[in-house]
Design a protein around this ligand. Structure first.
Ligand code: BGC
Length: 421
């Protein structure tokens, strides 16, 4: 009896060992496509590659990037490849409309329910996040991190030198008062790098959220509130006023160059998702010493979700390696290595908080307690066509400052994109 048990145990151990070996023994190339090219982004991406290489040492990672914050330059290149039947093995995607409209509907990605079941991710990734990656019961992505889009960063010593103290929150009026003080001292109050217009569109998105509040923000995208509502017009006007506070060279800077200008004391505040935090880390800056943060004026109590994840390409050139890549990404070691460098928080709720610094713990608290709203600028809240409507409207508005025309463009854009009530 004992002998029999022993034989069964040995056979089982061997089978499990061989099974694991089969998973790990992968080779060939793995092509991963993203727009992570800034200092902080590249360092964080490398942490994912390192985690993957530790799990699957024989695979050669091909790092395919197309520079340009927010992915505005990368996505068209990717679409051309996908339409031509030349997919990378996996690529960067935002959940919600971007995932569904651009990748699930055309059949460019495979469902990966089997991975969620095998790895137990249904127990550690919040339902709310799984929902924005799921259609008809099929889940299509693994999230590596969740960014908070409504960050408002500042150069702490610079503000102190100018007698400005920031509390736990900042109202629109308090910001205006600080901005006037800074402007009088010859300092550009608001750092902007909008050589990719999305960065200025994000200033609008955050201002809209701060003006209308999270419930109305959701109503706008559900077709339950008009895009020319007086509150939206008021948000557009506030956004217009902020344009007068920008650094004069904003159109020639990228988002990360604007963060650098903030660090260098050339301007004071920056309304940006917490990938900006990745730039502070990459430059060796210290939380609450060199820089500080609050929610974008009026948005305390909301968390603007800008989540990043990766799918399994339908027809992936190296499917086994791509499945392994996703297994690594969904695991704790990869998420605990990547997120401190990237600025986002893990998509898993079981990460060890002590491995994260002051900012991350603040953001994790916000995620747990605040109203979660999807980002329009980063593809989750609305179809791609309406994202484009916003970018075009912002491009026009910063020249003509015509609030009524801006709102009218949004009204029409919502109809054209099929999300009007
Ligand atoms: C992505 C972030 C990225 C940022 C700037 C966003 O769309 O979700 O990961 O850092 O764009 O490139």
């Amino acid at each position: 009896m004992l002998k029999k048990t022993l034989v069964v145990a040995v056979v089982l151990t061997l089978a499990i060992g061989l099974g694991l070996f089969a998973v790990k023994a992968q080779s060939g190339d793995l092509e991963v496509f993203s727009w992570w090219t800034s200092g902080g982004e590249a360092a964080a991406l490398q942490a994912l590659f390192d985690a993957y290489a530790a799990d699957y040492p024989d695979v050669n990672i091909v790092n395919a990037t197309v520079a340009g914050g927010g992915g505005s330059a990368a996505r068209p290149v990717l679409q051309t490849r996908l339409a031509g039947g030349d997919p990378p093995d996996s690529w960067q995607i935002h959940p919600g409309w971007e995932l569904f409209g651009q990748y699930v509907d055309p059949g460019y990605v495979e469902p990966i329910n089997f991975l969620y079941e095998e790895e137990g991710w249904n127990d550690v990734v919040p339902q709310g996040l799984r929902d924005i990656m799921t259609v008809d019961g099929n889940i299509y992505m693994v999230l590596v991190g969740v960014h908070r889009g409504n960050g408002f960063w500042y150069n702490k010593p610079l503000l102190e030198e100018n007698g400005i103290t920031i509390g736990d929150t900042l109202s629109a009026e308090e910001f205006t008062a600080a901005a006037e003080t800074l402007q009088a001292a010859g300092i550009a109050p608001l750092c902007m790098g909008d050589n990719g217009i999305w960065a200025n569109a994000q200033l609008f998105e955050n201002t809209l959220l701060g003006t209308v509040g999270p419930e109305n923000y959701m109503k706008l995208f559900a077709g339950e509130m008009a895009w020319d509502d007086p509150m939206v017009i008021s948000a557009i006007e506030s956004f217009g006023a902020m344009q007068d506070y920008l650094n004069t060279d904003h159109t020639s800077l990228s988002w990360d160059q604007a963060v650098k200008a903030l660090m260098d004391g050339q301007c004071a505040f920056n309304s940006m998702g917490d990938w900006a935090y990745g730039e502070f880390v990459a430059a060796g800056k210290v939380d609450n010493v060199d820089f500080g943060w609050v929610s974008h004026p009026g948005t305390a109590g909301s968390f603007m979700i800008v989540a990043d994840g990766f799918p399994l390409a339908a027809g992936a050139p190296n499917r086994d390696a791509a499945v392994g890549w996703l297994r690594t990404l969904g695991g704790l070691p990869a998420q605990e290595a990547f997120n401190p460098l990237k600025g986002s928080i893990p998509a898993r709720t079981d990460a060890d908080r002590s491995k994260f610094g002051v900012y991350h713990n603040w953001s994790m608290d916000s995620f747990a307690a605040d109203a979660l709203v999807p980002s329009w600028v980063h593809g989750s809240a609305a179809p791609a066509a309406f994202q484009q409507t916003l970018n075009d409207a912002v491009t026009l508005f910063i020249v003509d400052r015509d609030a009524a025309a801006f709102a009218a463009a949004l009204v029409q854009g919502a109809v054209d994109a099929g999300i009007a009530g």
